[in-house]
Ligand binder design. Structure first.
Ligand SMILES: Cc1cc2nc3c(=O)[nH]c(=O)nc-3n(C[C@H](O)[C@H](O)[C@H](O)COP(=O)(O)OP(=O)(O)OC[C@H]3O[C@@H](n4cnc5c(N)ncnc54)[C@H](O)[C@@H]3O)c2cc1C
Length: 368
């Protein structure tokens, strides 16, 4: 528990903001959450509800630097967070295991090395004969795979609702309105909220996704984030594969920069991670399913049930995510691009340390 509980206002209730609210409350801080979509979380169009929920921490490369540290920290914390939520009777769906497939010799060799050098992560190398046991089948063009039991997939809808409901039980105050502007006065932040609501607090954390740029412009900064589209599909397996669905599948797969997660007996999700523009690129997902001659027949014959997309935000001038103390009492913790689900726990811990360890008076106004 925090020795000196603080009043913290969080702006934005996607996965980053809502899990941060939950984490800070657990530590005894008083939290207010501001987001106009708060009463309609299920139909919120924010990136978090569009995510496919892959948590790829241990299997990631390169294995050094900030990104690696955030991933490692998050995988550890996700286990603790899931246990804590389950203990508090919250429903969530977690599908453990991630198998990263390789289709060329070079990747195959580095996977082999990773499995034998990163022993503390329990990674294992899957050769072709192990892949042959999977049904539906993995195409022959795949040479091998690297399996991580501690990576996996979490259902975005359930986890967002779990954080939300548990935080409400603990007394989270929600303000379902839009932040318009904020300014510093008498060592506090004064927030102008739409519909004449006014709030003040010594600490404010910005997690507003698409709303960040307009908040930043009001503070006198340039735009800081840009958006890249992300798409996903829900598909149904063809009927002929009925007897052996997902047999020996160890969880989700990463293949050709796409993730594939079995959701239930008949259906699965595919998420594309490689898109590069602000508009849905026609055919990115279709390519995987229909046009690659090497795609397995079951994938080509699967029926598309649902297609969705969301905007993923990333910093314009820096690598994702944006974790920064902007001014005394003002933090930005956002723009996680492709990994907001994965990195939410490490982000929350970073913010918590910032709030508890920093003496506000020592901090000059920072450049973004
Ligand atoms: C198709 C797709 C698949 C993905 N798959 C994965 C994956 O497998 N694994 C992974 O880790 N990540 C994945 N991501 C990325 C992940 O979804 C994002 O990084 C993450 O959801 C970002 O969360 P967030 O809370 O920062 O932002 P958001 O979810 O966008 O939430 C921002 C919130 O801020 C609110 N807001 C905006 N402006 C204001 C304002 N002025 N005042 C108050 N509130 C405001 C909005 O209403 C919104 O609710 C995927 C994304 C997409 C689109």
């Amino acid at each position: 528990m925090a020795k000196n509980p603080k009043l913290v206002i969080i702006v934005g209730a996607g996965i980053v903001g809502i899990s941060l609210a939950w984490h800070l409350q657990n530590l005894g801080h008083e939290v207010k959450l501001v987001d106009p979509k708060l009463y309609q979380l299920e139909i919120n169009e924010c990136a978090s509800f569009a995510a496919t929920g892959i948590l790829m921490g241990n299997i990631f490369n390169p294995t050094k630097g900030r990104s690696w540290q955030l991933r490692q920290k998050s995988i550890t914390l996700w286990t603790q967070w899931r246990n804590s939520l389950k203990f508090r009777q919250q429903q969530l769906i977690y599908r453990p295991g991630l198998l990263f497939l390789s289709t060329n010799k070079q990747d195959q060799n580095s996977q082999f090395k990773a499995a034998h050098s990163r022993t503390e992560l329990s990674l294992s190398f899957w050769n072709r004969s192990m892949l042959n046991r999977l049904s539906p089948t993995i195409p022959e063009t795949v040479l091998a795979g690297l399996f991580s039991p501690e990576d996996g997939q979490i259902d975005p809808n359930h986890i967002l609702n779990a954080f939300y409901k548990d935080s409400l039980k603990r007394g989270l105050e929600i303000i379902p309105e839009m932040l318009i502007a904020l300014k510093r006065q008498n060592n506090e932040w004064r927030l102008e909220i739409e519909r004449t609501h006014r709030l003040k607090a010594p600490w404010v954390v910005l997690c507003a996704g698409f709303g960040l740029n307009s908040i930043f412009r009001r503070l006198g900064y340039d735009s800081v984030v840009e958006s890249i589209i992300g798409q996903a599909l829900q598909l149904e397996l063809p009927h002929y594969s009925e007897n052996n669905k997902w047999q020996n599948w160890p969880g989700s797969l990463m293949w050709r920069e796409n993730s594939l997660t079995p959701i239930n007996k008949n259906t699965f999700w595919i998420g594309s991670t490689l898109e590069s523009s602000n508009y849905p690129e026609i055919g990115i997902l279709g390519t995987l399913i229909n046009r690659y001659t090497t795609s397995p027949l079951w994938l080509k014959k699967s029926k598309i049930i649902k297609h969705w997309q969301g905007r993923r935000y990333r910093p314009i001038y820096k690598s994702a995510p944006l974790l920064q103390l902007l001014a005394p009492g003002l933090i930005v913790a956002n723009a996680h691009y492709r990994n907001g689900m994965l990195l939410a726990p490490a982000t929350a811990e970073w913010v918590q340390k910032c709030i508890t360890l920093t003496s506000q008076k020592e901090i000059p106004l920072n450049k973004v």
